[in-house]
Design a protein around this ligand. Structure first.
Ligand SMILES: Cc1cc2nc3c(=O)[nH]c(=O)nc-3n(C[C@H](O)[C@H](O)[C@H](O)COP(=O)(O)OP(=O)(O)OC[C@H]3O[C@@H](n4cnc5c(N)ncnc54)[C@H](O)[C@@H]3O)c2cc1C
Length: 431
């Protein structure tokens, strides 16, 4: 990988220009380099200077932003050669998931072993995943990382279908495909005039790390309160201490500022009460951060010479920890389609290729968003018949092992119509 931020005015040509070097954009760059080979020229434009791989020891503080990664995401990161490096760092194992209703007796448990897996998923700090992805970019001579730099302008499609990308450092790039991987506030989406459907969930998430009296038992715990879901996600220090959890506490907007304003002592008590002291007392709490939650969905994922992936295309409620996992599936599918373009000697931005990408991803993502919205509404409802229905539904599903395991396998990326890069039987002879 070559790296440069100097001002150059000569127009340079790339097969793909990826704007945004977050979790999804860097995964896409690595996936394209692995699948399409050294001749394929890729530029990654990232606004922030990347941080080096953190040096982690048993006393290192956990980063507040973590992601629950599914088996499909693990598989993709394995197939592009990033996962082994991540596993040398620090991660939590999610062997079991326990979900229950604060307003009744409904409870459901999913176990990795029921699906033939030792774990359902993995909890990894975002900074570790991103740093390992950046380290992997270095292995590919056909990827140019341009940072710190932002996209300033995007031309209309040229006669040959290509687009010109002007950066804020004066550089100009020409490409057949610009990929917007620049997150929820995507500038690529705006410059390409792609409309956005946007709805507030009326909730914000408080994110922090806590130490609890009892070990977490490698379980992701989620209690559904009328005011929003509260999740404790299992972390583990390098010394194997399993008393730390990452908290995602979603709360209605009317309540969140009051909870944020509590001092640490009062916050610990409020958290313990909301969690029914399931892991005993909350002994330590790290600084808290607040994230307003909005559902966003791009009207379309593609336009002439432009495609959107990850949060640039969709953001959803974190209650099922699916956001980045959906982005990873966007990457796997877009890579598959760009490989098809290469085999047919079509340019990366060929309309038939982009349309196939959109067809394969937008419906699936819309379904997941609808499901999350349904959950949020269902559990926010205090009326007795609804409470009875959801508690009975949860208990029945818990007793119906085959159906329950099918639901879990789908959510964890172990079944369904998975793209090749996200499957365990992936084989690349050149890798
Ligand atoms: C509280 C919370 C908890 C979550 N938990 C989970 C979870 O457990 N599991 C899960 O799957 N998902 C989870 N998510 C969602 C997940 O964090 C996001 O889906 C994921 O970060 C999206 O990655 P991305 O690369 O698409 O975007 P981002 O992470 O936003 O990255 C975008 C990148 O683009 C760069 N950029 C922005 N604009 C420009 C520009 N103009 N030019 C150049 N570069 C630019 C930014 O610097 C950044 O590096 C959670 C979200 C929240 C809010």
């Amino acid at each position: 990988m070559s790296q440069s931020a100097e001002v150059q005015h000569e127009v340079q040509h790339y097969d793909v220009v990826i704007v945004g070097g977050g979790l999804v954009g860097t995964t896409l760059a690595c996936a394209l380099a692995v699948e399409l080979g050294e001749a394929y020229r890729i530029a990654v434009i990232e606004a922030r200077e990347p941080s080096p791989l953190p040096k982690i020891d048993e006393n290192s503080v956990f980063e507040p932003r973590v992601s629950a990664l599914t088996q499909a995401s693990r598989q993709l990161l394995t197939n592009i050669g990033v996962w082994p490096k991540m596993m040398q760092q620090r991660f939590g194992l999610m062997k079991t998931m326990c979900v229950w209703d604060a307003d009744g007796t409904g409870r459901i448990q999913f176990h990795g072993e029921d699906l033939g897996q030792s774990e359902l998923g993995f909890i990894v700090e975002n900074r570790i995943t991103v740093a390992c992805l950046f380290a992997r970019l270095n292995d590919f001579s056909n990827i140019e990382l341009i940072t710190p730099a932002s996209i300033a302008e995007l031309s209309a499609p040229q006669a040959d279908g290509s687009r010109l990308v002007a950066l804020d450092n004066g550089r100009q790039l020409r490409t057949s495909l610009v990929v917007g991987a620049d997150g929820a506030m995507s500038k690529v989406r705006d410059l390409a005039a792609i409309e956005l459907q946007e709805k507030a969930y009326g909730q914000s998430a408080i994110v922090t790390t806590v130490k609890t009296e009892k070990p977490h038992q490698h379980t992701a715990w989620q209690r559904f309160l009328n005011s929003g879901p509260l999740a404790f996600l299992p972390l583990r220090t390098t010394a194997g201490d399993d008393h730390f959890c990452s908290i995602v506490w979603s709360l209605d907007d009317e309540q969140v500022d009051d909870i944020m304003a509590l001092d640490d002592g009062a916050f610990k008590i409020a958290l313990e009460r909301a969690f029914e002291s399931t892991l005993g007392s909350v002994e330590q709490v790290a600084p808290r951060f607040k994230f307003p939650l909005r559902q966003r969905h791009a009207e379309c994922y593609v336009k002439e010479g432009v495609a959107l992936v990850g949060d640039a295309a969709h953001t959803i409620h974190p209650l099922a920890g699916q956001g980045v996992n959906l982005g990873m599936l966007d990457v796997a599918v877009l890579t598959e389609e760009l490989k098809r373009a290469q085999q047919r000697e079509l340019p990366a931005g060929h309309p038939s290729i982009l349309k196939r990408y959109q067809r394969r991803r937008r419906g699936d993502n819309a379904l997941m968003m609808g499901t999350m919205r349904g959950f949020k509404l269902l559990f926010g409802e205090g009326a007795l018949p609804v409470r009875w229905l959801r508690n009975t539904g949860m208990s029945c599903l818990n007793d119906l092992e085959p159906l329950k395991n099918r639901v879990a396998a789908n959510a964890m990326g172990l079944s369904g119509d998975l793209p090749a890069l996200a499957r365990p039987d992936y084989f690349n002879p050149s890798f």
